[in-house]
Design a protein around this ligand. Structure first.
Ligand code: LIP
Length: 263
């Protein structure tokens, strides 16, 4: 069943990515509305992409539930719920920075079983099935993702992100300032899904962020875990309050550093 769910996610994700890439005008994309703050933007392409994903996925599995960033949730009658971010990294999409992704996860009885993420800007694809590993997909075929170890925390390259809400960002910036001297460096790319896939692919060694929604985290979190990354949060559970992730070679030290820096 999980293989079928991944094939649905991949097929819909590829169609949606083609739509978004084709619909994006040259230059900056018009913003149609905002959400949690004046900088939390939504575009008409976000909304159209989510509607496309919803129609493609529910045409294949009409009894499933659907939770998307931009639209009304659908309570299904099956055991499967789709968790979808049509464009993760919306600000990057608006500005034309090449880090924005379609992110699709399928949860069965509440457990994320399948994750699919594609960077729409460069067609980098990542996928995972729970217990069966994480993969990136190239023209030569799928390549298994196994995250590399880090020799010491001071050599860890850390990805992070910030809330759209000014008061929260201020606290996050102070925490990152305390962390920066104790790690190799910080990267802030603007897409949680691609940050987590980056850990799986060895582009980063650790990640910390607060304020993630289920659609930011579901697919990328599974892909990172299936590549051997420890993904955690408050009381060990990643969620909106905190997501922290690192290779097991430094995860204990990194999680202690996250707490010590005041995230
Ligand atoms: C984004 C996240 C990112 C976070 C951004 C934003 P969106 O999601 O993926 O990690 O730092 O502030 O929340 O809003 O582009 O779907």
């Amino acid at each position: 069943m999980n293989e079928e769910l991944l094939e649905i996610a991949r097929s819909a994700g590829r169609r949606a990515a083609l739509y978004v890439a084709g619909a994006r005008p040259h230059g900056r994309v018009d913003v149609s509305s905002t959400k949690s703050s004046p900088t939390d933007v939504v575009t008409a392409i976000d909304e159209a992409c989510e509607q496309l994903l919803r129609s493609l996925i529910l045409r294949a599995r009409p009894d499933d539930g659907f939770v998307g960033e931009e639209g009304d949730d659908i309570l299904g009658s099956s055991d499967v719920e789709w968790i979808v971010d049509p464009i993760d990294g919306t600000v990057n999409f608006v500005y034309g920075l090449p880090f924005y992704a379609v992110s699709i996860a399928a949860a069965v009885n509440g457990e994320v079983e399948v994750g699919y993420v594609m960077n729409i800007a460069n067609a980098d694809e990542f996928s995972a099935i729970r217990g069966q590993g994480a993969w990136t997909h190239t023209d030569e075929g799928p390549i298994r993702l196994v995250a590399p170890p880090v020799d010491r925390l001071e050599h860890a390259l850390v990805a992070t992100g910030f809330s759209y809400v000014t008061a929260t960002r201020t606290k996050q910036a102070a925490a990152v300032a305390r962390m920066l001297p104790q790690v190799r460096d910080i990267r802030r790319t603007g897409s949680a899904a691609l940050d987590l896939c980056g850990l799986a692919a060895g582009s980063y060694d650790a990640y910390v962020e607060q304020g993630l929604k289920p659609w930011d985290l579901a697919a990328g979190g599974l892909i990172a875990r299936e590549a051997g990354i420890a993904v955690s949060g408050i009381d060990g559970i990643p969620g909106e309050r905190l997501v922290m992730a690192a290779h097991p070679s430094v995860s204990r030290e990194f999680f202690d550093l996250v707490n010590a820096c005041g995230f």
